[in-house]
Design a protein. Structure first.
Length: 482
């Protein structure tokens, strides 16, 4: 499967020739053994029933216990007020992290697990461990004030960041194929920390409301309004920013591959240590004087937030560049049209392709338009997975199942290309990704390429696009652009 030296091995690209097509696709694994499946709305938990049941049950029990503990500390009325206020930033944070993950979206089951782990399991561990440690320090030192300070600046960062990092470690170990780099680490860490901050905000806001009830304060001078402003308005990104450092460490470890064993251990530990240090500085800012909080916020937290945001956007652009680098070899072999790698490397072009597929196929049946848009979205997802698979194979060597996984992805692409290829080609032209004139396929395919179970043996390439594919000439190889 490789040519060249060991340091620059590259998987051979299957040649798309008419006489080899049936033989190539005939080796695709049976449908029940596919690793790559279309992501449909509603199909969130696609794992073994026993494992899913065990995880859901464990997280639900943690949620019930944490619910009882928070309600006990805040009271029923305080709990309801805290819940209503704490939920406000959650959709915004989840939407921001999901937007970042648009190039190769991770399955929702991983993100929901991360959020639930942060909101239930990690929060439960933090409440129990922090309370126990603070009481133990107060008893040992006979100084409750210093015990609270030490607990907030030393114990809490270590306990909370370790508990949140467990979600990253579990997905990194048991969903390794869905944890491909820095963006995945940032997104999973962001969802975990968002869940943790949600539960913690319920506790703080509920206690603040109870304090206002006792003091009789209302309006902007109340403790509830002050707590809401500091935790929800000024610093909703605080916990996500801490845990994202751990996510970056796991992401760099994932980029290293199996060959870099030291990196796979050192980088997650280094990221966790940085997360603990930043968390400790944030919690200890109040001990730096009356302006300590504002100093740490303005001089440290905001610049770090900007730096991490830049790194996240740069990593996403790097993923897009991977598509434009890796996919042309498949276009040269005839599996893709020459315009598709350029369109797939642009989020604007990808969105336009889905919209155009829906528009072209929605008359007179809107359901066909939705199905066409879904086919293009699946095509984009599989093409992205193919590019990432090839990149990992070039940098870390191909695994024993590389050929089967590559064939499976090409199989999925082939069955959706009749709808996806014209839409992506149009989007490449419309967005200016192509500056030369290429023949544009007809915009309205007569029918969707797959309805139910796709056939295992496909027609010859030249039979697509109404009997002749203008992109495939000379035995299935693409003609150069005019």
């Amino acid at each position: 499967m490789y040519e060249g030296s060991v340091q620059h091995q590259q998987p051979a690209v299957p040649v798309l020739e008419e006489q080899q097509l049936d033989e190539f696709l005939g080796t695709v694994p049976e449908r029940g053994q596919w690793r790559y499946r279309p992501r449909r709305v509603g199909m969130v938990w696609r794992s073994k029933a026993f494992r899913a049941g065990a995880v859901i049950t464990a997280l639900a029990l943690c949620g019930l216990v944490i619910l009882a503990l928070v309600r006990q500390q805040t009271g029923t009325e305080g709990f309801l007020v805290g819940l209503g206020l704490a939920v406000l930033p959650v959709p915004l944070l989840m939407g921001a992290f999901r937007w970042l993950d648009r190039v190769e979206p991770g399955p929702w089951r991983n993100l929901l697990f991360a959020f639930s782990w942060g909101a239930c399991a990690a929060a439960l561990v933090a409440i129990i461990a922090n309370s126990f440690a603070t009481r133990w320090i107060a008893t040992a030192t006979a100084d409750p004030a210093s015990a609270d300070t030490l607990g907030a600046t030393v114990v809490a960062p270590v306990v909370e960041e370790s508990a949140k990092a467990v979600a990253l470690m579990l997905i990194f170990l048991f969903r390794r194929r869905q944890f491909g780099g820095i963006v995945d680490g940032i997104v999973i860490a962001g969802f975990t920390a968002t869940g943790f901050a949600f539960t913690e905000n319920i506790l703080y806001l509920g206690n603040a409301f109870g304090e206002d009830q006792q003091l009789g304060t209302t309006g902007f001078a109340s403790v509830t309004v002050g707590t809401f402003f500091v935790r929800v308005v000024m610093s909703p990104f605080a916990h996500p920013l801490f845990t994202v450092l751990s996510g970056i460490g796991f992401g760099i470890a994932a980029l290293g591959g199996a060959r870099h064993r030291v990196r796979r251990v050192v980088m997650p530990v280094l990221g966790l240590a940085l997360a603990m240090g930043m968390h400790a500085l944030w919690n200890g800012s109040s001990a730096l004087g009356p302006y300590g909080f504002y100093l740490v916020y303005g001089a440290f937290m905001v610049p770090c937030f900007g730096l991490v945001t830049w790194l996240a956007v740069w990593s996403r652009q790097r993923e897009l560049r991977t598509l434009s680098t890796e996919l042309p070899v498949y276009a040269a072999a005839g599996w893709l049209t020459p315009a598709e790698p350029l369109a797939l490397a642009s989020m604007r072009a990808r969105g336009m392709a889905r919209d155009m597929a829906r528009h072209w196929n929605s008359h007179p049946d809107p359901a066909r338009g939705k199905a066409a848009a879904r086919a293009v979205a699946e095509y984009e997802s599989f093409a992205t997975s193919l590019a990432m698979l090839r990149r990992r194979a070039r940098h870390d060597g191909a695994g024993p199942d590389f050929a089967l996984r590559e064939q499976e992805l090409l199989h999925h692409l082939w069955h959706r290309r009749e709808v996806a290829a014209p839409a992506l080609t149009y989007a490449a032209h419309a967005t200016g990704r192509i500056r030369t004139r290429l023949p544009v396929p007809p915009p309205i395919p007569r029918q969707l390429p797959y309805g139910g179970l796709p056939p295992r043996h496909l027609p010859a390439p030249h039979r697509h696009y109404g009997g002749h594919n203008p992109y495939l000439e000379d035995g299935g190889r693409p003609a150069p652009p005019s």
